[in-house]
Design a protein around this ligand. Sequence first.
Ligand SMILES: Nc1ncnc2c1ncn2[C@@H]1O[C@H](COP(=O)(O)OP(=O)(O)OP(=O)(O)O)[C@@H](O)[C@H]1O
Ligand SMILES: [Zn+2]
Length: 498
Amino acid sequence: MSDASQGLRLYNTLTRTKEDFVPIDPDNVRMYVCGPTVYDFAHIGNARPVIVFDVLFRLLRHRYGQTHVTYVRNITDVDDKINARALRDFGGEIASGTLSLNEAIRRVTEKTADQFHRDVAVLGCLEPTVEPRATEFVEPRADGKVDMITLIQSLIERGHAYVAAGEVLFDTASMPDYGQLSKRNLDEQQAGARVAVDAHKKNPGDFVLWKLSSPEEPGWNSPWGRGRPGWHIECSAMSAAYLGEVFDIHGGGLDLIFPHHENEIAQSRCAHGTDVMANIWMHNGFLQVEGQKMSKSLGNFLTIDQILSSELRFAMFELETSMAQQEVVRRWNGLGMRLAMLQTHYRSPIDWTSSRFELARTEVIEWHEKLKEISFRPGLGYDNVPEVVQALADDLNLSEALALVRQFARGSQHRQLGEALELIGLFDADLMGRYDLLVSQLDAPINRRVEERLAFIAAKNWAEADRIRDELLAQGIQLKDGKDPVTGERVTTWEVKR
Ligand SMILES: Nc1ncnc2c1ncn2[C@@H]1O[C@H](COP(=O)(O)OP(=O)(O)OP(=O)(O)O)[C@@H](O)[C@H]1O
Ligand SMILES: [Zn+2]
């Protein structure tokens, strides 16, 4: 282990090994993560990279100082899937001329991006340092930050791109070590190529940097005509704009290794003439449903919003849940979902089940109830939990970190419990004591039912008495019958079944 890494080791997809992490500049540690394409609700699979890289962001901020880490997560708001969605949702208005396609696209992307922000805030994620939108980096900018058109121009000038049939294409043959990340070589790609479709390409693996737009499609003026960028060039431009030509960490889901990240690397390295684009490439495994990747195209997805709206069992009990209470339930759900995702190593697949989620939510609630006992105050650092920091520093070993959390909870080491949860992003100060508050509101309605049942028992109407007991149980309320030790009278208490 080198001293400069301070014990932080990360698995690098580029080398397929765990490496010491040594930042290029410890005063400004730089990380880029590919963000969502905003045309539909995010599903919980999309939440996984957001949560995983948030844990890393928190760890880096702890290691290098809160203001010494720059985390960029982009928003892809130009993509043909977005255009298709705008046509689907606003086709009528577009056809009648009351709405332009560009305006419709703006509505789709704004609504989706707002929803995404609302969702991830509840998952305990810090905001990234910057969240650039692709549409703002297509044309040369007043502030001189890297843009896509200039980047494509330099690729052409350096002999790495060519114009064919209205497209600008990256010339994969111009880069001898193309394919380093995914370990694919050009020959393999040739074999599977669809030659007819790609007849204008020099090589089947060549990919689009720029394509022409029809008058109705969104487009920007460029030296190659009015058009729009390919997906990969977006991230090359936005990462260089904020993090420079070479930076520390680049992340995303496993599915992005090829072609997205491979092509980002090709573009960035060839445009800037560098040996690497980012030193460490990190990829999270898939969230799966019955062994298959959760994805929009397969239709096997649950949106983040659906999970956040899951009711807590007791909240179903004839309670008038106010907006404020619903918000509390959403936040418990958010932390439960975060914990459920973090139980498995970030590189392994997770099978999502509702019982996994509900168990995690129960644990998070119990931990917050414990922290209430010491009125835990966050923001005081992590001095009492060096072992947790060490576990995370080992390529985010969360199972070890969470084993320590459970040990603290069992041993009533509340201070350590609080610090560990805060470091992992599983603590929400506003939620301490909120569970009791919700439960206390159940007192009156449940006690009324208990009284009714006691009256039935007194009248020996067992059937009705049992009916009330079963009804409550179905709503998550467990009754317990006992005897008052002094008077010998029947006493019934209740608890929320977890
Ligand atoms: N099931 C999943 N598990 C883990 N990460 C995922 C999953 N699905 C997508 N991601 C990640 O979410 C981020 C955003 O994904 P993106 O917006 O490109 O669409 P997508 O959800 O992958 O599309 P589709 O669901 O149609 O396959 C990427 O980093 C991607 O790797
Ligand atoms: Zn990207």
